[in-house]
Design a binder for this molecule. Structure first.
Ligand code: AMP
Ligand code: MG
Length: 318
């Protein structure tokens, strides 16, 4: 089921996708569950396997710029500028779609979300498949995202055709999603490309909190949740329940009271913290704790994306 990402296995994976099957594959953000984006029946299987609601549109992954013109109706100059600055990489750009894009990918919206990933295995797979690949995270809808092939196998192993193993994901959290249209640039989801980096190219961007039509999973009431309840705390003294787990940026002094502790970055580096974030939560979820306490992180750089995910995880009803 898990296959090392050799050239031969990537070619086989591409054949599976071209034939309408499902392949989990590594990207720099998280592992994706890929299907031929131009084949609505193949794309429908993604929703079925993930138990994902059809109102939640999929990101379309492309290997080169030629596909932008083949999928988008028109490209705003600012979108083109951002593609040039951040692709390939963890930035998804929502643009007006053209008539060739199947409605199932876009939940009936007149826009499509495009991304060119930077992971060499993902790019090779897209090139060999010869078609854009729709791919959300390879996990059941609402659960922790997978950052290793083992995470995918544990959650979806029985129901997909192949898992390409390219090692742990380097960025570790999903792409940042922005929409670019005549009204400007709107952040729909914080993610692997820091907002500060986008603003250094494009100037101030607005956030979807102020936009009338929320459209990203980060805007659903809860998401990214482990089975164990999560509580965000500002100080370790707030962790009062016995048998608890702790997720922390730094290693705190007193860890004896916890059943299990996961440190995101010994040196407090937020990029390193993002890379290990989901794996740390997978570990805490497996440790049999009654609750996972998460110590607040600074909301700058990738800390903003991590905190967005922690708030969604903590919002799950117990
Ligand atoms: P993921 O579940 O990580 O694959 O992210 C997919 C998310 O991209 C969806 O939940 C949407 O919120 C966002 N997205 C995809 N297509 C569109 C679109 N056309 N307009 C707005 N957001 C989109
Ligand atoms: Mg997801």
């Amino acid at each position: 089921m898990i296959a090392a990402a050799t050239d031969e296995n990537i070619r086989n994976a591409a054949k599976i996708i071209a034939a309408g099957g499902l392949v989990a594959f590594p990207t720099e953000t998280v592992y994706g569950l890929g299907a031929d984006a131009m084949n609505p029946i193949a794309a429908a299987k993604i929703f079925e396997v993930k138990n994902r609601p059809f109102f939640d549109p999929l990101i379309v992954h492309i290997p080169d710029m030629s596909w932008v013109g083949r999928l988008a109706a028109d490209i705003h100059a600012r979108a083109a500028e951002l593609m040039k600055a951040f692709w390939p990489g963890p930035l998804t750009i929502v643009v007006k779609k053209n008539g060739t894009v199947p409605d199932i990918l876009t939940a009936g919206l007149d826009t499509v979300a495009l991304r060119m990933p930077s992971h060499p295995v993902a790019l090779a797979l897209l090139r060999y498949a010869g078609t854009p690949v729709a791919a959300p995270s390879a996990n059941p809808f609402g659960y922790l995202s997978p950052t290793t092939a083992g995470h995918v196998e544990a959650q979806l192993g029985g129901s997909i055709d192949m898992i390409l193993d390219g090692g742990p994901c380097s960025v570790g959290i999903e792409s940042t999603i922005i929409r670019v249209d005549v009204s400007g640039i709107t952040l729909l989801r914080a993610g692997g490309t820091p907002v500060e980096a986008i603003e250094s190219v494009a100037g101030k961007i607005s956030t979807a909190e102020n936009s009338p039509a929320p459209q990203a999973p980060g805007q659903l009431p809860y998401h990214y949740s482990p089975h164990t309840p999560v509580k965000i705390i500002e100080d370790i003294s707030e962790a009062v329940q016995p048998d608890s787990g702790l997720l922390s940026l730094y290693r705190p002094e007193d860890v004896k009271k916890f059943r299990s502790v996961e440190v995101l970055s010994e040196k407090g580096d937020l990029t390193e913290a993002a890379a290990g974030f989901f794996n740390c939560l997978h570990n805490l979820d497996a440790a049999g704790c009654g609750i996972i306490y998460a110590l607040k992180l600074p909301e700058e750089g990738l800390g903003r994306a991590i905190m967005e995910r922690l708030r969604k995880a903590a919002a799950k009803p117990i």
